[in-house]
Ligand binder design. Structure first.
Ligand code: PLP
Length: 484
């Protein structure tokens, strides 16, 4: 008999544990401390560790292959194995010099809150099963509503991320504007719209030609004139325009669409305006962000992503709907086996006891509000505002650095933490710069296309990043690449 099973049987004799999957208190503590110690070491040493380490499928297969073991393993040696064979092979999106894609740098209270949420294992689909945690989610959603300028009648929910929020938004807009006869409905996006919006339309069953890509203006903003022309054409063809999706910070360049103007167009044409602010929405907590996002409150619905610029661990996204009853109308279904969970509704959706399962895809939901609440209560909103503002400022400084550089050329100006640029070497040379930086482990950036042209892209929204980190990465990028 393996030692561990003997040990467990002995513990069972003492009455300290009952089943084989239970653990004695002291062992639970020791395991928890071991995990915390390793995480603290990792986070404290982030800047010295590589920002990225890749591996091929073959290499990883060699490190990991093996059937599920029948017999138990020792916890510390399993942690060692993970530290050696799994966890190093990844991009550290919380590394201070990781400026690729969209970085995410969770706070320690946020990380601990996710651990707590798992430990409490709250079922947050119904009020009956989670009055406290659901009230806390309403509290957090109430803060978000206030920050974006939404009325008390707005409602929303937390979910896995921006993609889920955009899907939920499109389903809500379709239900509100088209009802059951939706096959003639047309939605409008731009070339800068996030792919998750187009995917959401696909999932919801819209034909590809019902998703109209409208031209952008010289500043990459959805062009209202082209939008009006496209809608007129579609109406003339017997179709029903119902939704415009605007950017509250495009992922590629940080550009914000003219939300005031699009709000007016949608009012006049009776269309739903969804603003995808997954990337940039929380910048509204800063002065420059508030200016950039002017008109955000005109959105009928909006997507936020706390796991981006609110410094939360994956996964948490958020959808807010200005007329909250629209969200519930789109999703509410009450099956017999949940009849005990029926709640009384109030005059406003968020006044009532809320079954969050009535607001989206998930029935079983984890307690995502906890990490946001604990982070903001612990640090105070002031610290969060300053951390967001610091990213915006670093990107502006990076823009100046590019303008002053002999080798680098600005492609799109700093906007909500993103700046795009290139060298004179062309795509091959710049792609080599991206690769060389990742391989070095010093930092990481990624690339995009701006008006069809290849561009290097820095995305700076980690509260750990300092100017010296940005400077180190830019100096490495600027260095000449070998010809060939
Ligand atoms: C990141 C992002 C999304 C997708 O969000 P996930 O959290 O990755 O699902 C959608 N829209 C925009 C603008 C984004 O930046």
């Amino acid at each position: 008999m393996p030692a561990r099973v003997r040990y467990l049987l002995a513990m069972r004799e003492t009455g300290d544990i009952r089943g084989e999957l239970e653990l004695p208190r002291e062992e639970m503590r020791a395991m928890g401390y071991a995990v915390v110690d390793r995480l603290v070491e990792r986070l404290d040493g982030l800047g010295e560790a590589p920002a990225w380490r890749g591996a091929s499928r073959e290499e990883m297969r060699e490190r990991l292959a093996g059937a599920a073991p029948e017999e138990p393993g020792a916890f510390e040696s399993l942690l060692d194995r993970l530290d050696e064979t799994v966890l190093p092979y990844r991009g550290s999106v919380d590394h201070p010099r990781f400026f690729a894609f969209v970085p995410s740098s969770p706070t320690w209270p946020g990380i601990l809150a996710d651990f707590m949420a798992a430990g409490h294992n709250v079922f947050q689909g119904t009020w009956l099963e989670s009055a406290g945690p659901s009230a806390l989610e309403l509290e957090v959603l109430g803060w978000f509503k206030e920050w974006v300028g939404y009325p008390a009648g707005a409602a929303g929910l937390l979910m896995s991320g921006g993609s889920a929020a955009n899907l939920t938004a499109l389903a809500t807009a379709r239900s509100a504007r088209l009802g059951d006869e939706w096959s003639d409905g047309v939605l409008y996006v731009s070339g800068e719209t996030h792919s998750s919006v187009v995917r959401a339309a696909r999932i919801l069953g819209f034909r590809r030609d019902r998703v109209r890509q409208v031209a952008v203006d010289g500043d990459l903003r959805l062009d209202p004139g082209s939008l009006a022309a496209a809608m007129a054409e579609d109406r003339a063809a017997g179709l029903r325009p119902f939704l415009v999706v605007a950017n509250g910070g495009a992922t590629s360049t940080g550009t914000v669409d003219d939300l005031e103007r699009l709000g007016s167009v949608c009012d006049e044409e009776d269309l739903w305006l969804h603003v995808d602010a997954a990337y940039g929405g929380f910048a509204i907590l800063t002065d420059p962000g508030r200016r950039a996002l002017a008109g955000l409150e005109r959105a009928d619905s909006l997507t936020l992503d706390p796991h981006k610029w609110l410094f939360q661990p994956f996964e948490v996204g958020c959808l807010l709907v200005r007329e909250g009853t629209r969200l519930v109308d789109a999703f509410h279904i009450m099956p017999d086996y949940l009849q005990d969970t029926e709640v009384r509704s109030g005059p406003l959706p968020d006044d009532a006891e809320v079954n969050f399962a009535d607001r989206g895809l998930q029935l079983t939901r984890s307690f995502r509000a906890l990490k946001i609440w604990l982070t903001i209560q612990y640090y105070g909103l002031g610290a969060i505002r300053r951390a967001i503002a610091a990213g915006i400022e670093l990107a502006e400084r990076a823009e100046e650095r590019i303008r002053a550089s002999e080798t680098l050329r600005l492609v799109s100006p700093a906007a909500l933490g993103v700046v795009c640029f290139r060298s004179d070497d062309g795509e091959a040379g710049d792609a080599e710069r991206v690769r060389r930086l990742s391989e070095s482990g010093l930092g990481m950036i990624s690339s995009t296309r701006v008006r069809g042209e290849y561009a290097l892209r820095l995305c700076i929204l980690n509260h750990r990043s300092r100017w010296r980190d940005v400077e180190a990465v830019m100096a490495a990028i600027e260095a000449p690449v070998e010809a060939g």
